[in-house]
Design a protein around this ligand. Structure first.
Ligand code: T6T
Length: 325
């Protein structure tokens, strides 16, 4: 509810400043979008939303990222983007700490910085505290809440008892850390459920599939798994299938690429929590444009979720949240 108010006020401010002739006469900016990685359906969908907003206001959007989700490959891309000097950078930092110093260089060059999807530091910006509050805004899902939703869904799917674990990317990623935290917090309310150690897969679905089979070998009574992002979820689901656990081991997925949707239809995955990446991209551009026009903008813009399962997967109102390829 709180987030809805923020979004609406952002929209209101934007449309007030950009209606009719004022829009035509408005300034046009160059905005760079640096995703977590370029080949992930989540960021591909985010790019489409960002492009839609850029087209509306006449801005130029440049999408430039690394081939994997890793600060070691993302930082050189960011350096190259800074060298081209866009007016603003929208970035999904791949590490809460390791992107702080590289992003300071953008601010020093006079480039406005907004983080999308992931954050640096604590994610609370413009507070005057800490060394990572300098981005102007954070546009993202509520990942703690997403983790809680996942835990409630998995608890229900396994009849509130049994062993589960989180298949996750790696520590230090703000989004997936928060999903795991929300998941574990919620599971404290389900005393019949044992949460086993998290397995980290480095965003590699094959590794996640192998880990699922190892966990199942050690725990033949494994009841469920939460795949905390797209690759974790695809990998966990494949692991369940390869290990002969289909139907017995329940899978709750974060993210909604077409592969996961197919696995919902086949019954391998119970449900997916779809983020709204196109909205994240759209409002990222809206916020950057408004800031470049000299407006104050909300420091936090939250986007929602759509829970997809077998009962609603063919509903067009739900299917529109399936990610693009
Ligand atoms: O889950 C998304 C994103 O929110 C997260 O920060 C990283 O992984 C994804 O891109 C999915 O692969």
């Amino acid at each position: 509810m709180q987030y809805t108010v923020v979004i609406l006020s952002a929209l209101a401010a934007f449309s007030l400043a950009n209606t009719g002739p004022a829009q035509a006469a408005g300034k046009h900016y160059t905005i760079a979008l640096v995703p977590g990685l370029t080949t992930d359906a989540f960021y591909i969908t985010m790019r489409k939303g960002a492009q839609a907003a850029a087209d509306t206001v006449g801005d130029t959007l440049n999408f430039q990222g690394a081939p994997d989700f890793n600060p070691v490959t993302q930082v050189p891309v960011l350096d190259a983007v800074i060298a081209r000097h866009p007016d603003a950078i929208l970035i999904a930092p791949t590490d809460k700490v390791q992107l702080v110093e590289p992003l300071k260089k953008a601010v020093a060059a006079g480039i406005k910085v907004i983080t999308v999807d992931t954050f640096i530091g604590t994610g609370r910006y413009q507070t005057g505290t800490g060394n990572a509050d300098f981005p102007l805004a954070y546009v993202a899902s509520d990942n703690l809440l997403g983790g809680q939703i996942a835990a409630r869904a998995l608890a229900k799917a396994i009849g509130d008892k049994g062993k589960v674990y989180v298949s996750n990317v790696k520590p230090g990623v703000s989004t997936t850390d928060q999903r795991e935290e929300g998941f574990k917090d919620e599971m404290k309310l389900h005393p019949g459920i044992t949460v086993l150690d998290t397995q980290f897969n480095d965003d590699d679905a094959n590794k996640a599939a192998g880990q699922l089979q190892s966990v199942m070998a050690r725990n033949p009574d494994l009841a469920g798994v939460f795949g905390a992002n797209l690759f974790s979820a695809i990998g966990a689901a494949n692991g369940v299938k390869q290990g002969g656990g289909s139907g017995r081991v329940k899978v709750v997925a974060f993210d909604a690429p077409t592969t996961i949707v197919g696995q919902i239809k086949s019954g391998l995955v119970d449900l997916a929590i779809a983020q709204h990446p196109a909205e994240i991209g759209y409002f990222g551009v809206v916020a950057a444009h408004a800031a470049l026009d000299g407006n104050s903008i909300p420091t936090s813009i939250g986007t929602g979720f759509t829970v997809i399962d077998k009962s609603n997967v063919d509903d067009p109102a739900v299917a529109r949240f399936i990610y693009s390829n």
